[in-house]
Write a protein of this length. Structure first.
Length: 256
């Protein structure tokens, strides 16, 4: 059974700031593909970035022969999850990097290209989230001149760094945007149906729904609660929904 790990609470103002970086991308994807927002999926998001930015994906895993010279880039037969991105390469990296990094992005000034490294040793759904997280860095940090801050985040307790939290929030929105979430609820889809339809992990979906409830649909009276209380209300509602209670479906017509 997958262990649910609650994400760090951020203020509503912070969430809206992260939202403001993610929404223009989601809207651009909708226009580019001529589809409504509720039909935008993570696949559309990835393709948009591949078409908009000069980037190259490189999957990596632990080097099985660390004492030998580097094998360089490997053949496509070493790709664990095919079809997620276009024309990726695979390479071996040091054990320490693989243990402590889900992914990282480097901008090559020489090639004028983003090199997006993704740890492929995890389950597919976690790999997808990592891809979206790195794309969020490109949209909100690299392309806006904040790449030095990203490097600092990676070097100093990066998981609690504001830029990493921001990229996680954006990745979550890229995975299932608000209009798509409302569409699921309006059509009375269960927690498990949403999970399967979006190829999303239990942990990522639970946190996405908690964010959705906490920051977007709590009533005015519930806004009077402090952040910790609001979070507990959101977690309780999502837990009940996961267990089969249809309580969230009453919000299908909210203003997203």
């Amino acid at each position: 059974m997958e262990v649910i790990i609650a994400r760090e609470i951020i203020s509503r103002r912070q969430y809206i700031q992260h939202w403001d970086y993610a929404v223009p991308v989601i809207e651009a994807v909708s226009r580019q593909n001529n589809i409504p927002l509720e039909q935008v999926t993570f696949q559309h998001i990835i393709r948009y970035f591949e078409q908009t930015y000069n980037l190259h994906f490189i999957f990596f895993e632990k080097d099985p022969f660390p004492m030998l010279p580097s094998a360089g880039l490997l053949g496509s037969e070493y790709i664990r999850y095919r079809g997620l991105v276009n024309h990726p390469d695979v390479t071996y990296l040091d054990d320490i990097i693989c243990k402590h990094n889900d992914g990282f992005t480097i901008y090559s000034k020489e090639k004028e290209k983003y090199l997006v490294y993704i740890n492929q040793t995890h389950i597919k759904r976690r790999v997808i989230f990592t891809i979206l997280h790195e794309l969020a860095h490109i949209a909100a940090h690299f392309s806006t001149g904040r790449s030095d801050e990203v490097a600092l985040a990676c070097a100093n307790n990066y998981q609690s760094n504001p830029l990493e939290i921001e990229a996680n929030t954006m990745a979550s929105l890229f995975y299932i945007n608000n209009e798509r979430m409302v569409w699921h609820l309006k059509n009375k889809h269960s927690y498990e149906q949403i999970k399967q339809a979006n190829t999303i992990s239990d942990n990522a979906l639970f946190n996405r729904l908690v964010d959705f409830v906490h920051y977007r649909i709590l009533s005015y009276d519930e806004y009077l609660l402090d952040d910790q209380q609001q979070r507990r209300v959101a977690i309780d509602l999502v837990t009940k929904y996961k267990q089969g209670n249809n309580i969230l479906q009453q919000y299908y017509d909210i203003d997203v």
